[in-house]
Write a protein that binds this ligand. Structure first.
Ligand code: SAM
Length: 293
């Protein structure tokens, strides 16, 4: 087996030999625990049939493990000072392609078409935490051709992604993620597994993209607008949130009647509604709007 990049001593050696310094603004916390890296590849169920997209390879610790399990790994790294380091550390592997790009400006579907004959790929990453939500939402909302997303994120964000109604962490992110995916929290990872240590605990979560949306709604944009309004001020009732922020073209009384028509108490809060409830609410709002025209 080729020497692990991820041991604390090897990571330190690579960093010092290349006079590399960690950039906080790029969310650089490198994994230094080989067991965690193997577990991430196992959670992602990476096999020799898979083409994997890695976001932010750093010095290549996760990339190395993924390359040993996958057919091919495409890794997108924004920090150009890491590119010469990656070409050294990953030199023994011929199934890795490194691209020096910002993931948020990368045409992911073009990569999938070029590298995987347009078959869905797996995304695996220890994400830069400052852009976790934009990355996940870009993958989901823009219908990237992705089968699953296995990522290390802040523990609190992972909990939000998989929370259900009435849970403290339940919110717009939970609904957005669960509208497109089944979410599974794989493991909690302590700060001591990273160099430098982040201030918060982390978690690995796997999102398996569903073949169809979890619920049907007549207007997807309105659905997400309603969800966003419902959680904008958590302590307010749903009717007040929709009245103040919704700009729905309906009076407060009309919104109240819609809620009652759905069999809900008029004092209900957004946090009590499931994804299916939000779809029913959206369709009822749409019908009321259309009836007014
Ligand atoms: N995969 C490595 C590991 O596990 O040790 C490094 C993970 S580190 C948390 C995040 C990585 O993402 C860093 O290498 C950072 O430079 C890179 N990064 C940050 N913003 C990025 C962006 N917009 N596009 C691509 N890579 C980015």
């Amino acid at each position: 087996m080729i020497e692990r990049i991820s041991t604390p001593s090897r990571t330190k050696e690579i960093i010092e030999a290349n006079a590399f310094y960690f950039k906080k603004n790029f969310g650089q916390n490198f994994l230094i625990d080989s067991n965690i890296l193997e577990n991430i590849a196992a959670c992602a169920q990476v096999t020799k049939d898979d083409c994997v997209l890695e976001i932010g390879p750093g010095i290549g610790s996760l990339t190395q493990v993924l390359a040993e399990h996958a057919k091919e790994v495409i890794a997108i790294e924004i920090d150009n000072s890491l590119i010469p380091i990656l070409s050294q550390t990953l030199a023994p592997y011929d199934n890795i392609e490194i691209r020096n790009q910002d993931i948020l400006k990368t045409d992911i579907n073009a990569i999938i078409q070029e590298k995987n004959n347009d078959k869905p790929i797996k995304v695996v990453a220890n994400l830069p935490y400052y852009i976790t939500t934009p990355i996940i939402m870009d993958l989901l909302e823009n219908e990237r051709n992705v089968e699953s997303i296995t990522v290390m994120v802040q523990k609190e964000v992972a909990e939000r992604m998989q929370a259900g109604p009435k849970e403290k962490e339940y919110g717009a992110l939970s609904i957005a993620v669960q509208y497109y995916c089944d979410a599974h929290l794989d493991m909690i990872v302590q700060p001591s597994c990273f160099m430098p240590r982040p201030k918060v605990a982390s978690a690995v979560i796997t999102l398996r993209v569903l073949p169809q949306r979890k619920v049907k709604t007549a207007d997807e944009a309105l659905f997400f607008h309603v969800v966003k309004c419902a959680f904008a001020q958590r302590r307010k009732t749903l009717v007040n949130c929709l009245d103040h922020q919704g700009n729905l073209g309906l009076t407060k009384e009309e919104i109240g009647m819609i809620l009652q028509g759905l069999g809900w108490d008029v004092r209900i809060r957004g946090e009590a509604l499931s994804i299916a409830d939000f779809a029913r609410l959206t369709d009822a709002i749409l019908a009321a709007q259309q009836a007014k025209v």
